[in-house]
Design a protein around this ligand. Sequence first.
Ligand SMILES: [Zn+2]
Ligand SMILES: [Zn+2]
Length: 274
Amino acid sequence: MGDVVKTGVCNTAGAAERATAGSPPTTGRTPRMRHACLAAAGECMAELLWPTRCIVCDAAGQVLCDACARSLRFVDLYRACPRCGAPFGRLVCTECNSYSMRDAGRSRLPFRQCVSAVVFDERSARIVRGRKDNGERRLAHHMALAMARVVPLEWLGCACVTSVPSTKAAVRSRGFDHAYELARELAALLGMPCQPVLRTGQGFDQRALARRQRFANMEGRFAATSPGGQGAWDGCVLLADDVYTTGATLMAASDALLEAGFSQVRCVTFARVY
Ligand SMILES: [Zn+2]
Ligand SMILES: [Zn+2]
């Protein structure tokens, strides 16, 4: 049993993380102090019963401990591909060259540039799956922090941050829109607005599909939401997602964002499969 339970003292860091998980950022005083106090008391009780543990090393205290957050395999942006953000692709990129693009049924990337914070390995996979599959929503803040650090300054001039839309079935089964929540955390850190620009139709979970199947599964998958509609947006948009695997999802979403009227799409992901 964790230290928190032994001492009987509420883990304020864990409880604070619980209390703010999934909540939009607030400024100034909240008019619902009583509700906030009750919520905080409930979170302290939850912390006593189910102490917060690090998703990577299982140490008690934080949902992602400082040591594990520092030990992630961060992408070296000076070695990464300047277009698709593949780690070690600066000189020769195997991910967005003409052969790879032909596999994707394209001549070029639809987005202007992509950057990723960390390499997708065992540690970052635990973070992604812990949030997406196990519902640990507090990890969104930690992921967004890592993403915010790799967003180039000039991207802050984009009109808004947006996300790849989740299917209704995925939102129902998880209880939250994992992609939009991550985009919202990132937007708050960058001081930018977050807009749900795209909607999605039916589709299969990409995780079980091979590379070519992923691109086929994504064709025409996204469209602009109403009341914006096609051609209603302009300027640059920052598209955020948790993992860049083949790029099929980001490319399909970028197509739809360009159709919606944006002149440029820039992408940022927490992890990059390589
Ligand atoms: Zn840890
Ligand atoms: Zn590349």
